[in-house]
Design a protein. Structure first.
Length: 218
């Protein structure tokens, strides 16, 4: 979720939108997979990531939990993340050649790298993390093309909605000492937004909204 960072130290001082050009393209990362190693539990998956992984791999969320992803507490809420495999602490979807096996439906955090998201005023903008990718030379590419996500504006609206929903829940949890409540809340979110299968022949965002409205009521 959110990190406390000094934007002057980590970025080029600019914010980017989908139509802006940014210097991030490193020629398909040929021969480099540094960003797929040693990431710990930082690649947190949102419901759309889970939807794309389960449909792309034709696996259930439970099957992914057996080996490729894991659950960790993020700001008081249990959420899934990509699992780093020992002994090299590399992503479980990285093959022997150092290439991503799920590239067409990789998670959103992988898609935007080395960009990050700066959240403010119930929205967000992209920024370039200047120290994260060592691969050179880089060329300019339009942000929307780099992220390569279908229905990009819909996806951005979903990301904003999900981020601030979790942020609101985290703030509420700060004022409760009941561990059972925290656990039951997390289990509800996991069951409602991750474990419960999404219908393949229906729009994901439509299904998410139905579940989101139900969750807000509860």
């Amino acid at each position: 979720m959110e990190r406390e960072i000094d934007m002057e130290e980590v970025s080029d001082g600019r914010f980017y939108g989908l139509r802006d050009m940014v210097r991030v393209d490193c020629g398909g990362c040929e021969g480099c997979s540094d960003c797929c190693r040693g990431m710990g539990s930082s690649i947190v998956l949102d419901p759309y990531d889970a939807y794309r992984l389960t449909t792309g791999l034709n696996l259930s969320f439970e099957q992914l939990l057996e080996e490729k992803i894991e659950l960790n507490v993020v700001e008081g809420i249990i959420l899934p993340n990509l699992k780093m495999a020992a002994p090299q602490e590399q992503c479980g979807f990285l093959n022997e050649a150092g290439r991503c096996e799920i590239h067409p439906f990789r998670p959103g955090m992988c898609r935007i790298f080395p960009l990050g998201r700066y959240y403010e005023n119930e929205s967000f903008q992209y920024f370039l993390q200047i120290h994260e990718c060592k691969k050179e030379p880089k060329t300019k590419v339009k942000v929307q093309k780099w992220i390569d996500t279908p229905e990009a504006k819909k996806n951005e609206a979903f990301i904003i909605q999900w981020h601030y929903f979790l942020k609101q829940l985290s703030k509420r949890l700060e004022h409760t000492e009941e561990g059972s409540f925290q656990k039951s809340l997390s289990m509800y979110l996991l069951k409602n937004f991750y474990l419960k299968p999404y219908e393949r022949d229906r729009d994901f965002y439509e299904q998410f909204q139905e579940r989101f409205v139900e969750a807000k009521k509860l």
